[in-house]
Design a protein around this ligand. Structure first.
Ligand code: SF4
Length: 236
């Protein structure tokens, strides 16, 4: 599997280039809230919801004092407002209760598995959100798996899994060093721009020669996803 991951990575880099990493790692609390907001919506709306919180309140401590309904109103644009506002409120207030402050600095000393176990113990925080904290904030060599990464890797034939979480564990079990950021970012681009859910544009695909997907097709839709229209998690 390692060799195949390296080959996919090489082909993706040839097409999309080396992903741009932020010089400063994302703050883990910012990242975690942004990732909760990004669930089941597009990046433009989740970014607006995130900014509604950040611009109105100067600290997460202030957000923690709000009622769930107040948070819900501010983040409504990102959808699933009830669930997301509850998850944010619970997470922030739990940190205050458990640690006396809103900080995840203690995670820096923990192993990947322990970070995952701790973060997914909070309601509303799943493996994808926790693994984004590992990659973008703690700079670990861990590749988060969203629907795009899950779909493309199954089509290519690297894994045969029934959910993004199962793909995550299959993929990261023995992942090659130092390529998680580019692999993750470029696979998302592949899934958004070329290997779309309904009609993949296989003719334009950099991994067509190694892809095992049987229903390859060429899309007539040339409206490619605009790169600057999505929120990069390493910039929050
Ligand atoms: S060849 Fe087609 S199905 Fe395979 S990864 Fe590329 S776009 Fe997706």
């Amino acid at each position: 599997m390692k060799d195949k991951i390296l080959l996919i990575d090489k082909l993706l880099k040839k097409k999309f280039g080396l992903s741009q990493k932020s010089k400063i790692p994302s703050d883990p609390i910012n990242l975690l809230i942004a990732t909760i907001l990004s669930q089941n919506t597009n990046d433009r709306n989740s970014f607006k919801a995130y900014n509604n919180l950040k611009q109105k309140y100067s600290s997460w401590e202030e957000v923690a004092q709000l009622k769930v309904t107040q948070i819900e109103r501010l983040i409504r644009i990102a959808g699933l407002g009830k669930q997301k506002s509850k998850a944010i409120k619970f997470f922030l207030t739990s940190l205050i209760k458990e640690r006396g402050k809103i900080s995840l600095d203690h995670l820096k000393k923990k192993k990947n598995e322990d970070v995952l176990t701790e973060l997914i113990s909070y309601p509303g925080i799943g493996v994808k959100t926790a693994s984004c904290v590992l990659l973008f904030s703690l700079l670990r060599n861990v590749c988060p798996v969203d629907t795009h990464v899950h779909r493309t890797l199954n089509r290519i034939g690297l894994v045969k899994t029934s959910s993004p979480d199962k793909t995550f564990f299959a993929l990261n079990n023995n992942f090659p060093e130092d390529i998680a950021h580019s692999f993750h970012t470029n696979l998302i681009r592949l899934g958004r721009e070329i290997c779309k859910p309904a009609k993949p544009d296989c003719k334009a695909c950099p991994v067509i020669k190694i892809c095992r997907f049987e229903n390859k097709s060429a899309s007539e839709n040339k409206n490619l996803y605009k790169e600057n229209s999505f929120m990069l998690l390493d910039n929050v």
